[in-house]
Design a protein around this ligand. Structure first.
Ligand SMILES: NC(=O)C1=CN([C@@H]2O[C@H](COP(=O)(O)OP(=O)(O)OC[C@H]3O[C@@H](n4cnc5c(N)ncnc54)[C@H](OP(=O)(O)O)[C@@H]3O)[C@@H](O)[C@H]2O)C=CC1
Ligand SMILES: O=C(CO)COP(=O)(O)O
Length: 332
């Protein structure tokens, strides 16, 4: 395979995806914004901070220079956190001289305006730029450890989705294509809010019944918002919807779930976030989802109570009680 890909973002997910592409035989360049950290990666041939113990394949190199990225490949895969997504693309664009194909694995909304990330890409580049999103149940550590994983590649351009699948797909990393960008983006962003809520319930000592109820009612909320924004209902029953929701609401590898657990056990938001020490996308997604739900008149009670815990100082136990005190209604 004589293919090249540049991965932007040298945290746990970007590093795991770069290792995956390189293992599949693709020449891979991993970019990170911090030159000191990138110098350590180059020296150690592994990412001690985010994925310790996983030695980089020989065809994986690293850089902190976006000009080098632009010269290296016309295909980039962005996996910086959502708060850095727009800024990173704007900085990258300044170095571009040729056509570009953009994929991203970031899960979240653009923080300034709650836009979906494909809208950010279309604004910065053009609506014709090949664009695809990677999402689904995929903890970085497990992907890097080559444990079987299945994810969705969403794009309105089937040729580009297939090209990306060709680079990333392997027996241990199955890729499924999907044309519903909106549904896949909403599923990946809002499941993080539900994972915080599930963590809170478990941290408070509620049981498996509560967790299952939260996942099911949470899925309902995600579908209501996603369909309103233009996503397809069936997408939410797939890997990037239900699949990722189950993963992050039930397994303690999820940073969002662990953050919720710490809140439920009595830590404040700052202490809980410090304890995790990595990106917790659900914190900003709770705010953006809450505002979108208000804007579009979508009923999202779990999101609303999670937002109130994170931004209005509502006690976690009171949030659960508020959910339980809602009036009886038909299941929908
Ligand atoms: N980890 C996972 O299992 C998965 C993560 N994702 C998604 O991938 C995205 C990235 O998460 P993940 O890699 O896990 O996060 P991590 O916390 O592991 O790493 C975050 C990375 O982003 C870097 N960063 C922070 N601020 C900026 C900035 N302003 N510009 C550029 N880079 C910056 C950090 O650098 P520094 O070290 O200098 O702070 C670090 O390299 C998120 O949207 C997440 O939801 C999706 C699927 C799986
Ligand atoms: O999105 C993820 C796995 O699919 C990672 O979830 P966390 O960000 O909660 O760790």
């Amino acid at each position: 395979m004589n293919k090249k890909i540049a991965v932007l973002g040298s945290g746990s997910w970007g590093t795991a995806l770069a290792i995956l592409a390189a293992r599949n035989g693709c020449r891979t360049l991993l970019w990170g914004h911090n030159p000191e950290h990138i110098a350590l990666l180059a020296q150690d041939r592994q990412n001690q901070r985010y994925l310790p113990g996983l030695v980089f394949p020989e065809n994986l190199s690293v850089t902190s220079d976006l000009a080098e990225v632009a010269a290296f490949s016309s295909l980039i895969l962005v996996s910086v956190p959502s708060h850095a997504f727009k800024d990173t693309l704007l900085k990258f664009k300044a170095h571009l001289t040729n056509e570009i194909q953009i994929a991203w694995a970031t899960k979240g909304f653009n923080p300034d305006d709650g836009c979906l990330l494909h809208e950010v890409v279309a604004d910065i580049f053009s609506a014709q730029t090949p664009a695809a999103l990677l999402s689904g149940p995929s903890f970085a550590k497990e992907v890097a450890a080559d444990l079987p994983t299945a994810i969705t590649i969403a794009s309105s351009q089937p040729d580009f989705a297939n090209h990306l699948a060709d680079i990333l797909h392997s027996e241990r990393f199955r890729t499924y294509t999907n044309s519903d960008l909106i549904g896949v983006e909403v599923g990946g962003a809002v499941k993080n809010v539900m994972a915080i809520a599930a963590g809170i319930a478990d941290g408070l000592g509620f049981g498996a019944n509560t967790r299952a109820a939260l996942i099911t009612r949470g899925l309902n909320e995600i579908i209501r918002l996603g369909v309103k924004l233009g996503g397809k209902q069936e997408t939410f029953m797939g890997l990037a919807g239900l699949g990722d929701l189950i993963l992050t609401c039930t397994d303690n590898q999820s940073r969002n779930r662990r953050f919720g657990l710490a809140l439920g056990q009595g830590k404040n938001t700052l202490a809980a976030a410090q304890e995790i020490g990595q990106e917790i996308e659900g914190i900003s997604a709770a705010k953006e989802t809450y505002l979108l739900a208000k804007k579009y008149g979508v009923d999202m009670p779990i999101t609303e109570q999670t937002y109130k815990v994170l931004y209005e100082g509502l006690a976690p136990l009171a949030a659960v009680q508020n959910l339980l005190a809602r009036e009886q209604k038909a299941e929908s």
